[in-house]
Ligand binder design. Structure first.
Ligand code: SF4
Ligand code: SF4
Length: 731
């Protein structure tokens, strides 16, 4: 060993020892913080499915590749990181001797070829990612980007480290070529040979380049170990467990979409008949009341801002960004952790758990963090501003986009649950809706005996459950479908089409009550359970004696469709629920409904969040429209998975929109820009929001917002009077 190799070996060993020690300390710290969360036993089921999903999502980059160029570039960088870690290992042999290499595989041409290819693709990938980050930097002319609020130096730092490590990989090889100690043939390693052609014949060159590569790599490890909240780096490790432990691993996408998680205390679902707010946790009031998976979610965020770029609240000037919300929770959790790990925290009655002696050695910052309210205004030192919490429409665009499967909607609703159930703190205008739900069983407060009024004037009898011996579908009308004037037209259109197609169906009539969706999304789990249990009982009775496949329900409201199909199972109600557009598509394709007169003037379709993203029904409404309209459907730029919310979900329908641009106006502008005369929808709330938006633009005479069912009815029964214009919202 020459003197140069003695120096390079000592340097490599010293910096590696420091980096590894710091990394072990950082990992232990992170594990300790994540373990502060509440139990989540359901995350340990289906381990084989979980492992498969994790492998498919990471190795296949299935979620990342939804953004083609970024996804492909990131895939090369990820593969480069994994495979080229072997070359970092090889550098430890090269600092000892410049001709050194990995034992066994370090002499295989296949290894030389594979690492050469991955090195080149990794270089291209990282340059693309760097260019994208620069092009989208928040400080660029033109304003906000998906990186607004991300810690930009961390992103640049990680990217430069990757770039330099890759470059030095080729420099080491180049010195071996230049000194004639390179084992791989030119055909397998042309780039290394090209680099070698311009480097001097310096015997110690490979050792010096190798120690630089190790110093760069270990500097990265030291920096990320000193910054445990540096998700842009740590996600390389944390993404694997975060995806493994996601809520519903078998779901193809958006594990945190569809059903909400039940309210849990100590990892067990809460039943309000027995729950006690002094013993059971009602929602989340403190960051440690999230489950450990929630804390893992916050730690894993890469700060990529994909969620932010799609969020309707953020895009219309509200203070909510799902990314910034996650980052605030992460930073708060890690800053509060020393206080919690010392035994601090509040019990369910609000009393401090730690003794003065336990907290005596803590620094003031950790103590101050422990005192911060989780929800509170900036003046009160709150971590999450109430305006942030209540701006969410639960549209799920963030969950859909997140490449590491963070479950934003669950976390937002968990925080709402505490605010509503314990603090009674929520936008006051929503109080009317909640009172109406409790007292009248519908958000409008309409009398229950008017639930069947929509049937008046139809030229056929609408059968009620109990009046007919048998029926194939139970037609779940929903509160909007029964009481709201626009939605009543959809209800009548669907009933007419079902009757026309000879489908045997029946309604519950006055036996139906609100599905509970608005109560659940606003955080009032108590009212949700009350309504849902009542409905489950009614439905179980209606379907008595039938097995699940024959407990068929058709719903026109995607919120009811989602709640009945995905959430009633949590309360013992198992049903086969379809959306009316799915049933209509089937009836058309099977020849039971025949469109005869195409609807013209151009039609565009707005995907309701709870039909599309939350339940992945994208094709059926398009199939119905495809059969019923003249020409092709005109898609809006934001459609299907990336559709833009109408602004009514998450119980936002019953809250005032005081901040920023109105979400429905943003969506209507996009719809009107297509030039279509008809905006087709599949949800009564979307219908209301978009109709209001169109009318607000003074375009009510030129553009009509109607349900897919109405479009189909116009095509199937053109002779039927259809010209009713939207009436004002009832209630
Ligand atoms: S659910 Fe929708 S509104 Fe809520 S944070 Fe996510 S993207 Fe924004
Ligand atoms: S998409 Fe996911 S990883 Fe990216 S910023 Fe949002 S929460 Fe973080």
């Amino acid at each position: 060993m020459g003197s140069v190799q003695i120096v390079t070996t000592i340097l490599a060993a010293a910096i590696t020892a420091v980096a590894v020690w710091l990394a072990v300390r950082a990992v232990l710290k992170m594990v300790a913080v994540i373990r502060l969360g509440q139990p989540a036993p359901e995350r340990f089921t289906d381990r084989l499915v979980r492992a498969k999903t994790m492998l498919v999502e990471t190795a296949g980059h299935t979620r990342m590749l939804k953004w083609g160029v970024v996804g492909a570039a990131h895939w090369f960088v990820m593969v480069g990181f994994v495979v080229l870690s072997l070359l970092v290992l090889e550098a430890y042999f090269e600092v000892v001797t410049p001709t050194g290499g990995l034992p066994i595989i370090g002499h295989w041409t296949v290894f030389g070829l594979a690492t050469e290819i991955i090195g080149v693709l990794g270089l291209v990938g990282i340059l693309v990612l760097m260019a994208i980050r620069l092009r989208n930097r928040p400080t660029r002319p033109g304003g906000r980007s998906r990186f607004t609020g991300s810690t930009m130096w961390q992103g640049y730092f990680v990217e430069w480290i990757v770039l330099l490590v890759l470059i030095f990989g080729f420099v080491i090889r180049g010195f071996k070529v230049a000194t004639d100690h390179f084992e791989y043939p030119f055909w397998a390693t042309p780039v290394s040979h090209a680099v070698g052609a311009v480097l001097p014949d310096w015997h110690d060159g490979a050792s010096v380049a190798a120690v630089i590569k190790i110093i760069i790599s270990m500097t990265w490890l030291i920096v990320i170990s000193l910054n445990v909240t540096m998700g842009v780096a740590w996600h390389r490790f944390l993404a694997f467990p975060n995806i493994f432990f996601k809520r519903e691993p078998a779901k193809p996408a958006g594990s945190g979409l569809g059903a909400l998680r039940p309210m849990t205390s100590q990892g067990k679902p809460l039943d309000f008949e027995e729950a006690d707010p002094e013993k059971d946790q009602f929602g989340v009031a403190h960051v440690e009341q999230f489950s450990w998976k929630g804390l893992l979610d916050f730690s894993t965020c890469t700060e990529c801002g994909r969620c932010q770029s799609q969020c309707p609240a953020w895009n219309t000037g509200k203070p909510l960004s799902p990314k910034l919300l996650v980052l605030s929770l992460r930073d708060h959790a890690y800053a509060k952790a020393p206080y919690l790990l010392a035994g601090g925290g509040k019990d369910l009655t609000g009393e401090e758990k730690a003794t003065a002696a336990q907290l005596a050695h803590l620094d003031v910052l950790a103590l101050a963090e422990g005192d911060k309210p989780l929800i509170g205004t900036a003046e009160s030192g709150g971590v999450i501003d109430p305006d942030v919490l209540w701006s969410c429409t639960t549209c799920g665009a963030c969950v859909e986009q997140c490449p590491v499967d963070i479950e934003h909607v669950d976390h937002i609703v968990d925080m709402r649950r505490y605010q509503v159930l314990i603090e009674s703190s929520f936008p006051s205008e929503a109080g009317v809706m909640l009172r109406n739900l409790e007292n009248k069983g519908n958000p409008w407060g309409a009398p229950q005996n008017t639930r069947e009024d929509w049937t008046k004037g139809l030229d056929f009898e609408v059968p009620r459950v109990g009046e007919v011996d048998d029926f194939e579908y139970l037609f779940w009308v929903g509160c909007a479908g029964a009481f709201e004037d626009r939605a009543k037209k959809t209800t009548r259109a669907v009933a007419t089409l079902l009757n026309e197609a000879g489908v045997s169906f029946a309604i519950l009539g006055e036996g139906e009550t609100c599905s509970g969706d608005p109560a659940r999304r606003i955080g009032n789990e108590f009212v949700f359970q009350m309504l849902a249990q009542q409905n489950v009982e009614t439905l179980n009775e209606a379907f008595e004696g039938r097995d699940r496949a024959k407990r068929k329900i058709v719903a026109t409201c995607p919120h009811c469709f989602n709640t009945l199909g995905n959430e009633y199972g949590q309360l013992g109600g198992e049903f086969e629920v379809v959306h009316h557009t799915q049933l209509l598509a089937h009836l058309v394709s099977s020849g039971k409904l025949t469109p005869v007169q195409p609807v013209d003037g151009g039609v565009t379709y707005h995907d309701p969040c709870y039909l599309g993203r939350h339940n992945r029904v994208f094709a059926a409404p398009r199939e119905v429209l495809g059969d019923a309209i003249a020409g092709d459907l005109t898609e809006m730029p934001r459609n299907s998975e990336r559709s833009f919310c109408c602004g009514a979900g998450g119980a936002r329908m019953w809250m005032e929109e005081k901040i920023g641009k109105r979400i429905n106006v943003d969506r209507v502008e996009e719809a009107m820009a297509t030039g279509a005369k008809t905006v087709a929808v599949g949800c009564p709330f979307c219908s209301t929001m978009l109709s209001d938006g169109v009318n607000g633009k003074g375009a009510g005479e030129q553009v009509e917002v109607i349900d897919v069912a109405t479009v189909l009815l116009r095509s199937v029964k053109p002779e039927q009077p259809q010209g009713e214009k939207a009436a004002p919202i009832a209630g």
